[in-house]
Design a binder for this molecule. Structure first.
Ligand SMILES: *Cc1c(COP(=O)(O)O)cnc(C)c1O
Length: 447
């Protein structure tokens, strides 16, 4: 396990947020757009392992990883070393002008680690949204088709094209239209809200997709089906086994490209390198970001060489895409995942947390569902009536209570009624248990 300078213990010295954070928040409100919200206005000074240290000296337990980004931990030693060296050597040339090895090395790693043994190519970008946009450009150029299929509860980003792919109106889309055309939304195989045994749900949801695309769009017009193999912002929805392979087969039959958006699920988060690996699904294109570079902004599209090479030279790129410092960080993060077997660590975290969350669900009937894979786990909260009505107010109350006790948790879900847990993979078992104790206390005082 990584050793870090940050003391791996929760410690609360002030109210959360403390006086210094409150002073900074006042400056924020006077200088930063109100459109940029903050879930927990605690200003961070240092972080490492499973702990965030704020400007008032409080040590908070991190169950968020900055939204699944610091999978290898904050300031992971190999990331810091790689960045330090690179930033001293050179910070930018623009890969499209005079290239450098680090970019190529990241693409080689992506070819090696992403699903499938076929020949692959990659292109690097700055953000997840940008990767999804480029996957669409590539899919359209290769297929000569324009229609895109996305799913209920999907999240693919906040740029104009990716807002159209994203399902949830508030806060992501409200007031920001018009959106691009040729995006078709299909039902998601959502076990908790699609009654029946998992095998039947997989079949029914697949049939609904195939029938609706046939009737409403025409398979021959579809460039790509874009899917998060486990949905992230939508509430950590894990489709039943068999659904994704069916979708992949159907795409292949119709010359539709399968784009797996693994921006949140990728890089060991779910206990495999990629969530598609759990069902041996090989997508045509895969988008990655978040966990790839230990906190530095980097994103990628990786896919079949024939598809990726179908774009004319100069058709893909951007000034900063694959910045050398971000690439050095990615190489450090990926090496950390390999050397420290972080896939195994994600599975250990699942084995530690899931039984405790299930015990909690037995105690509190408002926890309707416990789900997720690896270190990507969630509980869905519903009202007590037994009819599975989403309870966003309860999720907000539990979340707030956790924050006040120094545990950083996040909400998710189309209805805002999901609490999600994304600890960094170098967090200690003790901190995981302590975080779960706090969560239990939050339910005791909120229900
Ligand atoms: C976060 C996320 C995105 C968008 O990434 P940004 O870097 O925020 O633009 C896209 N898809 C999924 C699945 C995500 O979780």
């Amino acid at each position: 396990m990584t050793t870090t300078a940050v003391d791996q213990r929760r410690r609360l010295l002030t109210q959360i947020p403390g006086p210094r954070s409150r002073a900074l928040q006042a400056r924020k409100l006077a200088s930063v757009s109100a459109g940029v919200g903050t879930a927990l206005p605690v200003y961070i000074e240092r972080a490492g392992g499973g702990v965030l240290v704020d400007v008032d000296g409080n040590h908070l337990i991190d169950f968020g990883s900055g939204i699944a980004v610091t999978t290898v931990g904050n300031s992971a030693p190999r990331v810091v070393e790689g960045v330090r060296q690179q930033v001293a050597d050179f910070t930018h040339t623009c890969f499209m002008v005079t290239p450098y090895e680090e970019y190529v090395a990241v693409c080689e790693k992506l070819a090696e680690l992403t699903p499938g043994t076929h020949e692959k190519r990659s292109a690097l970008f700055n953000s997840g949204s940008e990767a999804v946009e480029n996957a669409v450009k590539i899919a359209r150029a290769f297929t000569g088709r324009s229609a895109l299929v996305a799913f209920d509860h999907a999240y693919h980003g906040r740029t104009n094209l990716t807002m159209a792919l994203t399902a949830k109106n508030m806060p992501y889309k409200q007031g920001f239209g018009p959106f691009v055309s040729e995006v078709y939304r299909m039902p998601m195989a959502y076990p908790y809200r699609w009654p029946g045994d998992p095998e039947r749900v997989a079949q029914e949801a697949f049939e609904a997709l195939a029938a609706q695309v046939h009737a409403q769009v025409g398979e021959q017009n579809v460039a790509a089906v874009i899917i998060e193999p486990i949905q992230g912002e939508g509430g950590f929805i894990v489709p039943p086994p068999g659904w994704l392979p069916r979708v992949a087969d159907w795409c292949r039959q119709h010359g539709i490209l399968l784009v797996a958006d693994e921006i949140q699920t990728g890089f060991c988060r779910t206990g495999e390198w990629f969530a598609c690996d759990h069902e041996s699904v090989v997508p045509d294109l895969i988008t990655t970001a978040k966990g790839i570079a230990g906190g530095l902004p980097l994103a990628a599209v990786t896919g079949r060489a024939d598809v990726m090479d179908a774009v004319h030279a100069g058709g893909l790129g951007g000034t900063y895409g694959g910045n050398p410092v971000a690439c050095a960080a990615a190489l450090g993060a990926i090496e950390t995942m390999e050397v420290e077997n972080l896939r195994g660590r994600a599975r250990e975290i699942e084995a530690l947390m899931t039984p405790r969350l299930r015990t909690l669900a037995e105690k509190f009937s408002v926890i309707g569902d416990v789900r997720g894979r690896g270190a990507m786990l969630a509980v869905e909260l519903v009202t007590a009536g037994g009819d599975r009505t989403p309870d966003a107010a309860l999720a907000a109350a539990v979340n707030k209570h956790c924050h006040s006790e120094g545990l950083v948790t996040l909400t998710a879900g189309t209805h805002g009624n999901v609490l999600r847990f994304l600890p960094p993979l170098d967090i200690s078992d003790d901190l995981l248990h302590e975080g779960l104790d706090i969560l239990e206390g939050a339910f005791l005082s909120s229900v």
